[in-house]
Design a protein around this ligand. Structure first.
Ligand code: SAM
Length: 251
């Protein structure tokens, strides 16, 4: 990837199947989101299968959640998480890692959920490298960090693994990164990704996660959800899971 990756010339705005925009990187022939629907994909993979699944397990403890995003990109996952935090009255501290922040010229052209236009603008205009209170329920820290070789600090409850696809950027899908995330996540923590590749699933299993293949976002058959089991008898839990329905429903 070239160092001027995020310059305007190399990134093209496109519209996806649900009418929401995404960005296309011609040099890599890669999109930031699914062309079947950017909002639909983020809602399905990160909000419903990840964040909400975790919130359901909390039983109203009032705890502040620590969410980590790998690949802040267009800020869509951050926006949907901020909306969800307000809707459910759950406090969220959101850390977003991004090696190639987009220029304001590009982010100004993005339009997601117009009724939340101001929230989206605040997410993009907030300072980098420091925690910023965006709403009473949502604190954001955007960091210009390369997550390859990053030493993840402990304490995450939910992780959004939203890197470019493994065939385009294999170095960001490594056993070391999954091992680092597994060590950094709290018991019961949940990691989700749109990716359903067998090699990625094996890296997750090797790191120690309990892994499910669940139905993917529109147009994609499957996605992966990896959990840090609170149950130390991991083998027993895995055996039990095999006897259950392979495809957990999404609500
Ligand atoms: C699929 S896009 C993320 C979309 C984003 N989550 C959203 O909600 O709009 C992948 C992102 O990962 C970033 N990225 C790629 N390699 C990275 C690395 N080594 N460290 C941090 N970010 C990286 C890219 O610049 C890009 O913004």
């Amino acid at each position: 990837m070239k160092s001027d990756f995020a310059s305007e010339k190399e990134i093209i705005l496109e519209t996806t199947g649900d009418g929401s925009p995404t960005l296309y990187v011609p040099e890599w022939d890669e999109h930031y989101h699914s062309m079947n629907g950017a909002v639909a994909e983020s809602l399905h993979v990160y909000i419903k299968a990840g964040l909400n699944q975790y919130i359901r397990s909390l039983e109203n403890t009032g705890k502040e959640l620590q969410v980590l995003e790998l690949g802040f990109g267009a800020g869509l996952n951050a926006l949907l998480t901020a909306i969800e935090a307000e809707r459910q009255k759950v406090k969220i501290r959101y850390t977003a890692l991004e090696k190639y922040p987009l220029s304001q010229t590009i982010t100004d052209q993005l339009y997601y959920l117009l009724e939340h236009k101001d929230l989206f603008r605040r997410i993009h205009q907030s300072a980098w490298e420091i925690p910023v209170s965006i709403t009473p329920y949502f604190t954001l820290q955007k960091s210009t960090i390369d997550f390859v070789d990053y030493d993840f600090p402990a304490g995450y409850d939910v992780v959004y693994y939203d890197a470019f696809a493994p065939d385009k950027q294999p170095e960001v899908w490594s056993p070391e990164i999954f091992a680092g995330l597994f060590s950094a996540m709290n018991p019961g923590g949940i990691l989700t990704t749109y990716c359903a590749k067998g090699s990625v699933r094996r890296m997750m299993l090797q790191a120690g996660f309990f892994v499910e293949r669940i139905p993917g976002a529109p147009g994609k058959r499957e996605m992966l959800r990896a959990c840090v089991s609170g149950n130390t008898d991991y083998r027993k839990e895995k055996k039990e899971q095999k006897q259950q329905i392979m495809y957990a429903p999404l609500v």
